[in-house]
Design a protein around this ligand. Structure first.
Ligand code: G3H
Ligand code: 13P
Ligand code: NA
Ligand code: ZN
Length: 316
């Protein structure tokens, strides 16, 4: 069956690598994730956002994840697979996911006043732990993609809060804000300007205060420029799309960061390949054709992440 994240994180923190957490909304994405992770022997977290539930139906997604475990076993792979709620925003939602069989949930109270975040997170932990479901909390706010100036709206995690938060809530892992953001436009760069480095100084201060505690990095797509270029070459318009350089993620994975969330990179790979295929094969109308090439590219991308960025390959 599904695994919670406890063992995965323990091994990852000790081993200096990170578990990939890939979002999924449809069949081809999930097939690609499971195939790539089974073939690279990587533990994996498949996660479901609110947008995913609205798009594909929570029950459908849950049964897909259970089917994915079966598929992996039939492939002869014993990789641990967790089904995780991404960015849960209420106790009721987290409870319903626990009740229906998710093995892990996130309660994201990061935009709440500190004491309210503690209270809500504590409530979710108390319920989830009775059912052996692990809980991710968050401190600090990631910048929104729509924001004009990143630094004005992202609030870095305050290291002086983490010890108190972790001990009062009992969370199993903590998402932090050190300069990443969601989506494909993570930094507004002026002409010739380079991507600013993540705030590893804040991460180090957090690690100093809660040594060995599992840390989670959201907004960790690299926005690979080969995909942005393909998209732009085949009728798309994604000028200025930029992400976190892979080198920064390698450094994060080697630290107490033990879960790295990736969604946008997969979306870009799929869109790039669908655009390219349809424009090169205008006579085709079978979705299996263009979704097939997209799924193949997604497998390649995920193997690349596991093998060369997160270091999770061969760890299952
Ligand atoms: O947290 C953000 C994830 O990329 C999910 O995004 O809400 O559009 O599915 P979504
Ligand atoms: P990206 O948009 O960088 O892929 O981040 C995904 C994420 O953090 C999901 O929770
Ligand atoms: Na790590
Ligand atoms: Zn996120």
């Amino acid at each position: 069956g599904l695994a919670n994240t406890r063992e995965m994180f323990k091994k990852a923190v000790g081993g200096g690598y990170a578990i990939p957490a890939y979002n999924f909304n449809n069949l081809e994405q999930l097939q690609a994730i499971i195939t790539a992770c089974a073939e690279t022997s990587s533990p994996v977290i498949v996660q479901v956002s609110k947008g995913a539930r609205d798009y594909a139906n929570e029950t459908m997604l849950r049964y897909m994840a259970l089917g994915a475990v079966r598929m992996a076993r039939e492939m002869g792979s014993n990789i641990p697979i967790a089904l995780h709620l991404d960015h849960g925003d209420s106790f009721e939602l987290c409870k319903s996911c626990v009740d229906s069989g998710f093995s892990s949930v996130m309660i994201d109270g990061s935009h709440l006043p500190y004491e309210e975040n503690v209270k809500l997170t504590r409530q979710v932990v108390e319920y989830a732990h009775q059912h052996d479901v692990t809980v991710e909390g968050e401190l600090g706010v990631l910048a929104g993609i729509e924001d004009e100036v990143q630094a004005e709206t992202s609030t870095y995690t305050k290291p002086e809060e983490v010890e108190d938060f972790v001990s009062k809530t009992g969370v199993d892992s903590l998402a932090i804000s050190i300069g990443t953001s969601h989506g494909a436009y993570k930094f507004k760069l002026k002409e010739g300007e380079e991507v600013p480095p993540l705030r590893f100084d804040i991460l180090e201060e957090i690690e100093r205060r809660i040594p060995g505690f599992p840390i989670v990095l959201h907004g960790a797509s690299s926005v690979l420029q080969e995909y942005v270029q393909l998209i732009n070459n085949y009728g798309g318009k994604m000028e200025g799309a930029v992400g976190v350089p892979e080198e920064q993620l390698r450094r994060a994975a080697a630290s107490a960061v033990c879960k790295i969330n990736i969604d946008s990179d997969g979306r870009l790979a799929v869109t790039a390949k669908v655009r390219e295929y349809l424009s090169q094969h205008p006579e085709e109308f079978d979705p299996r054709k263009y979704l097939g090439v997209a799924r193949k590219e997604l497998i390649k991308l995920i193997k690349h992440k596991n093998e060369t960025v997160l270091g999770s390959a061969g760890r299952a």
